[in-house]
Design a protein around this ligand. Structure first.
Ligand code: GLC
Length: 459
């Protein structure tokens, strides 16, 4: 072999090792903060996603925890499997509704705690293909949402109230039955974990690119389950190997590992401010329901109004977070009218005001929000968005902003908002307390939108 041939072979070997290495040895779980930020960029900019809780519990229509709450046996729950037939299921309609509402990603329950699977898994019979419906629900779902340009997320329950090897614990429907616990005491959580891992592998392999993963949830301690039961480290390692760009929630009980979670997930309440850990601001996403139930609930009446939901979205972004807003489709496979009403109202607002949401975050700390307002800020564009919750009489004063704003307009119609730093002795640039107040002169009539937004172009 001459020298050039030798060199060529060595080079080829190096290239091979570099490109195949990670596949053979596993992707390293370590990454720099910059790499992590880049991986999460689409998610941080998206700000608004749709959660979908769908399963057999749509039939009893009284909360997705019905099996647990009513302590049902498998036999008692079986009629829902035998009658599951969402004949009107058309994921393209769902994807359009999400798109029109302004949602940039979707997260669907591939399996909830009840154990029922929406796809044709090799590892179970408890799946949609064996119901009267007879078909896989997940493939068409993924295609429909991708076609609308919406990123794909899978929620997958760690908990399983149907699997025969899942040991009974404090949140299991059979928790109070001594006989059942005694009879089932030999269930082996390792066998269950194997099932869990195999299914997650299917989900991460058979559906193309998965952008987002929401395993749910850990409850370590007495009669509970946590990382050792799920074998969380191995699970997340596999997920990151199969989908290197995926973002993952914080429910695997791996909060002490930097690679064990990407964002925190406070649910069903509004955090006071940007969510922190050990004093540091961290990425966060709150998931919220329209009405208090995640699964379709026919009789639940505490539906939030469209206005409340829009305000919620703004408030979340003003605190640096994402909102994942849930729909519980019916047993026929449709979004009910209450959900559709709200999605379309949010969409009407988002069409005109999306600019204050996407790519925006909390305003710089030195800016105080005026009364009845919420601020968001787009750092790339250097624009500040003032969301005016109660339309004021004629003027709005913004402390600390005098001299820092080039131009101001209403976002809904791009009409100029005139600014002046001075209005006689009454409204001064710098008042006695040195607040550097900018005064905006607003129309008397509130613009005809749910929540008006003023866009300020900063110097
Ligand atoms: C909780 C509930 C569950 C719901 C989830 C959404 O963990 O168990 O029903 O799916 O929150 O975050």
């Amino acid at each position: 072999m001459n020298l050039t041939r030798k060199l060529e072979t060595t080079l080829l070997l190096i290239v091979l090792v570099l490109s195949l290495g990670p596949l053979v040895w596993g992707q390293p779980l370590e990454e720099t903060p910059q790499e992590k930020e880049a991986r999460m960029q689409w998610w941080s900019e998206a700000r608004f996603g749709m959660f979908i809780h769908w399963g057999l519990y749509a039939l009893p229509a009284r909360h997705e925890w019905v099996k647990n709450r009513e302590r049902m046996t498998d036999e008692e729950y079986q009629p829902y499997f035998e009658h599951f037939n969402p004949d009107l299921y058309n994921p393209t309609e769902w994807a359009r509704a999400a798109k029109i509402a302004g949602m940039k990603y979707v997260v669907l329950t591939t399996k909830h705690h009840e154990g029922f699977c929406l796809w044709d898994s090799k590892y179970t019979d408890y799946k949609s293909t064996n119901t009267p419906y007879g078909k896989d629900l997940l493939k068409p779902f993924v295609e429909a949402f991708r076609d609308e340009g919406i990123r794909i997320g899978f929620y997958h329950s760690l908990i399983d109230w149907h699997h025969p090897e899942y040991p009974v614990d404090r949140v299991h429907p059979m928790r109070d039955s001594k006989e059942f616990r005694e009879q089932e005491k030999d269930r082996d959580v390792r066998k269950y974990a194997e099932y869990l891992h195999s299914q997650v592998r299917e989900l991460m392999t058979d559906f193309g690119k998965v952008d987002y993963f929401f395993p749910d949830y850990s409850f370590p301690g007495e009669d509970g389950k946590g990382r050792d039961d799920w074998q969380s480290e191995k699970l997340i390692q596999m997920v990151r190997e199969l989908q290197p760009e995926i973002v993952v929630n914080d429910r695997l009980d791996l909060l002490d590992k930097p690679w064990g979670w990407d964002f925190r997930t406070p649910e069903q309440f509004m955090p006071r401010g940007w969510v922190t850990m050990d004093g540091e601001r961290v990425p966060w996403e709150t998931c919220q329901t329209f009405s208090g139930s995640w699964g379709y609930h026919r009789d639940e009446a505490t539906w939030k109004s469209s206005r409340q939901l829009i305000e919620m979205l703004i408030e979340v972004v003003s605190k640096g977070g994402n909102l994942l807003l849930n729909v519980g489709p019916t047993g026929r496979g449709t979004f009910d009218s209450r959900a559709l009403d709200r999605l379309s109202a949010i969409g009407d607002w988002m069409r005109l005001h999306g600019r204050s949401i996407y790519g925006s975050t909390a305003a710089p700390d030195d800016l105080q929000k005026p009364d009845n307002c919420l601020l968001t800020f787009n750092p790339t564009e250097k624009r500040l968005y003032v969301h005016v919750l109660e339309w004021p009489m004629g003027v709005l004063h913004l402390d600390g902003l005098a001299g820092r704003v080039k131009y101001a307009q209403l976002l809904n119609d791009a009409s100029e908002v005139r600014m002046r730093g001075r209005h006689g002795a009454w409204m001064r640039d710098t008042d006695e307390e040195g607040r550097n107040t900018l005064t905006l002169y607003l129309p008397v009539t509130k613009p005809d939108v749910e929540i008006p937004v003023i866009e300020l172009f900063l110097e």
